[in-house]
Design a protein around this ligand. Structure first.
Ligand code: SAH
Length: 355
């Protein structure tokens, strides 16, 4: 529900009630039925309104990395499952009591399932169910923030790195971004859209007023290999993708990130370093390396740690700005789509123990 729709619904009430309810929803994460500042009768009336009711029901909540990573699997109102992951930054050292509250990032889903069919991705293996609504996207952030606050963390960053392809659900994702900025109060540059490379979507982002961050899941820097790993590359090949990235960079003046999941013997060879270095330098992009998380439907494993370090060093030698991202929550199936995939198999707790 938009703020205008809420105001229409409350046309018979004093106008400050709209502000109370809106702030309750987005600043405090409180459902209208639980807002004790409201008269009981109004609370009851709002609690009965489906458009204002919570849309996510937790059916699993798991922790990993000594409490620094929390993952939810939510049941949506139609029974479909999606996932959200909350990560405290700097997992290695717990925040000293005299330091400011540690910051946290939430990784949100934009679709139930995904139609992009990347073979190495658990969500891609499972296929597409439906787009999430703006409310279902925003609520993931609000619910994660409530948990972060409870733990003494500050939720500052949102990454659209969960299930789904955000730019394939643009018309709901962008209003969610607006809501997160305008009403939840997050800074635009701390909102990161990660895309497999939907060229028209990237071009649309270039025209938006909010300077959100952009990450492109590249994984291969030649069309032959990329089309094998990322089928949508056949529709939007590298030349079109890099051109759209350039348009976005010129319009926004922001640095682009490139994601590269290191797959052993597939995209971690010396020739891959050379191709990636050339592409990354031409876009002045930052490269994030992530060792592939194993998934049931993809036989090839991630690059071992020494190979990851060698790949990083070779890129850095070629003048590329590069970071290795650590796998978080591997013991709770926190890689994209793994937990939702487990719904058809054993219970998540059992699945985690079996690993
Ligand atoms: N569709 C968007 C966002 C969701 S996928 C995108 O492609 O960017 C989020 C990230 O996780 C992508 O970079 C994706 O390539 C990566 N990913 C998917 N499966 C993975 C796996 N098994 N191991 C490591 N990274 C994976």
């Amino acid at each position: 529900m938009t703020r205008d729709e809420l105001a229409d619904l409350l046309a018979d009430q004093a106008s400050y009630r709209v502000t109370q309810i809106w702030d309750g929803l987005y600043r405090h994460g409180t459902a209208p039925g639980d807002l004790t500042v409201l008269p009981l009768q109004l609370r009851a009336r709002l609690a009965g309104n489906g458009a204002l009711a919570p849309s996510l029901q937790a059916d699993a909540q798991l922790e990993a990395d000594r409490g620094a990573t929390v993952k939810w699997r939510w049941a949506l109102s139609d029974g479909r499952r999606i996932e959200t992951v909350l990560m405290r930054m700097s997992s290695e050292r717990p925040a000293a009591p005299d330091r400011a509250n540690p910051r946290a990032t939430v990784c949100v889903s934009s679709q139930a399932g995904c139609a992009m069919a990347c073979g190495f991705c658990a969500t891609g293996q499972a296929g597409f169910d439906r787009n999430l609504t703006t409310g279902e996207i925003v609520e993931q952030v609000v619910r994660a923030r409530t948990e972060a606050t409870r733990r003494g963390w500050r939720l500052t960053n949102v990454v659209f790195l969960g299930m789904g392809e955000p730019l394939a659900n643009y018309d709901r994702v962008w209003p969610a971004v607006r809501r997160l900025h305008d009403d939840v109060g997050l800074s635009a540059r701390h909102l990161t859209i990660s895309t497999i490379g939907i060229v028209p979507g990237i071009r649309r982002l270039a025209h938006e007023d909010l300077p959100v961050s952009l990450a492109v899941s590249l994984h291969a820097a030649n069309d032959e290999l990329r089309s094998r790993l990322v089928p949508v590359n056949r529709r939007y090949p590298l030349a079109a993708l890099t051109e759209a990235c350039r348009v976005w960079q010129i319009a926004k003046g922001r640095r682009l990130s490139l994601e590269w999941a290191l797959i052993h013997g597939v995209n971690d060879r010396r020739s891959d370093v050379v191709e990636l270095a050339e592409l990354a330098r031409s876009l002045a992009a930052h490269v994030n390396l992530i060792p592939l998380n194993p998934t049931p439907g993809f036989a090839t494993r991630g690059t071992p740690p020494e190979g990851v370090r060698a790949f990083r060093d070779r890129l850095a030698d070629r003048g590329v700005n590069v970071t290795v991202r650590h796998n978080r929550g591997t013991d709770i199936a926190a890689a994209c789509g793994q937990l939702a995939a487990a719904v058809a198999g054993p219970e998540p707790a059992a699945a985690a123990e079996a690993r």
